[in-house]
Ligand binder design. Structure first.
Ligand code: CS2
Ligand code: MG
Length: 403
């Protein structure tokens, strides 16, 4: 039996913070998992170091599902992003080990490829609409066939997904969150204008996506959805906070715009009504935040029954390890639609070596045994953790709203 002999947490910050879990077995096999939770990295690192790692020592590395059940049901206190990201890191690391032990890429262990390559989308943004259109052209020149478009909003100094200069990274370094002023009415006036300009500029073929990032009430979301129907979006994302899954019913009554929800969700139970009542079209959970490959494949299987498709979250704060895991799952999952690929900081390339690759608007996990992503621990040590927080949004009256 190949038993777990060590479970170590590697916190590093090559351009942004990442938390990786390294599991080592008695046969000398090393598996890696991603435990990064943007703005709460140390909470997951502690959950792993203080409460999970000691329990893993001596366990059979091959028993992935038993370990998942042990960490989920055995914890008593369950669900939530910290717990599920910790479990996700263990799960991906154990799949990595199993693949390496069998000499197979993980997608082969999941039933083999159902597609040759995975459609991907990336981000294009610009404070002014003209800058957004230029950014779309730049990303199309890189081969992307699907692009998320985000623009500034007249009257606001900060807007989700856009910077006035340089590249966009959501979490600001510092010991407290930046605070941003948000004005939904200004956004609702401008978003249809910016998205229509993007569609006019890009032509009918390009898959255009837009992220409303949890900020609208259901009726505001319905209004935006209707206004964007002529733009023919591939999806409108996070139109409203969806802890109350029921509210999506109201939006569905008013608009046919495809809806994508769930990057902040971490278990199948948060998707249960959204899927079984077809209140959404795309599931957005990340492999790292939703309990790993073992749990996200369950969510995908439920979604398949209701013709809902999987589109895993893939921003810069989903590390190259979890991107690799997402691609193995995506290659082997029939109802997988598209993989987000925002890209990672350039410095991350000094720490993470990956077999997955991008070409011509698509991604592929590669055929290295396991997940195919290795972490250079010596390089990781060169980039110590730096506190960083996602912003807090406030309305113009000073009350906190969803960022
Ligand atoms: C965004 C994310 O990629 C997306 O769809 O919603 O970039 C999100 O803002 C960050 O992951 C938050 O850490
Ligand atoms: Mg999003």
């Amino acid at each position: 039996m190949d038993t777990i002999t060590a479970a170590d947490v590697v916190v590093t910050s090559p351009g942004r913070n990442y938390v990786s879990l390294k599991i080592t077995t008695s046969d000398g096999v090393v598996g890696w998992g991603d435990a990064t939770l943007n703005g709460r990295e140390l909470a997951v690192a502690s959950y792993l170091r203080d409460h999970v790692a000691p329990l893993l020592i001596g366990r059979d590395a091959a028993r992935i599902e038993d370990t998942w059940q042990y960490l989920y049901r055995g914890a008593y206190w369950r669900r939530g992003p910290v717990t599920m990201t910790a479990i996700g890191a263990v799960d991906v690391a154990l799949w990595d080990i199993k693949g390496k032990t069998c000499g197979q890429p993980v997608y082969q262990l999941l039933g083999g490829a159902v597609r040759d390559r995975i459609l991907s989308y990336t981000h294009a943004s610009g404070w002014e609409v003209s800058q957004l259109l230029d950014a779309i052209d730049e990303k199309r020149a890189l081969g992307f066939r699907a692009i998320r478009a985000q623009s500034g909003v007249p009257g606001l100094d900060t807007v989700y997904g856009v910077t006035k200069s340089g590249s966009y990274e959501p979490a600001g370094r510092g010991t407290a969150p930046d605070e941003e002023v948000w004005d939904t009415e200004a956004y609702l006036r401008h978003a249809p204008v910016a998205m229509a300009a993007a569609r006019e500029h890009a032509g009918p073929e390009l898959k255009l996506l837009h992220d409303a990032h949890h900020r609208l009430t259901p009726i505001q979301a319905a209004r935006l959805g209707k206004a964007l129907e002529p733009v023919d979006l591939y999806w409108l994302e996070d139109v409203t906070p969806a802890e109350n899954q029921e509210v999506l019913r109201r939006i569905r009554q008013h608009t046919t715009v495809p809806l994508a929800i769930g990057e902040v969700f971490s278990t199948i139970w948060e998707f249960q009504q959204l899927i079984t009542e077809q209140l959404i079209d795309f599931v957005r959970a990340a492999v790292s935040h939703a309990g790993g490959i073992s749990h996200l494949r369950r969510i995908a299987a439920l979604a398949e029954v209701w013709q809902v498709r999987l589109a895993p979250h893939g921003p810069s704060d989903v590390s190259p390890v979890a991107m690799g895991a997402a691609l193995h799952l995506g290659l082997a999952t029939p109802n997988h639609a598209i993989q987000e690929y925002m890209g990672h900081p350039e410095l991350a390339g000094e720490v993470f070596r990956h077999a997955w690759s991008y070409a011509d608007g698509h991604l592929h996990p590669g055929d290295a045994p396991g997940i195919g992503v290795e972490v250079d621990e010596a390089a990781a040590a060169r980039f110590p953790y730096q506190p960083a927080y996602l912003p807090v949004a406030r309305r113009r009256d000073g009350s906190v709203t969803d960022w």
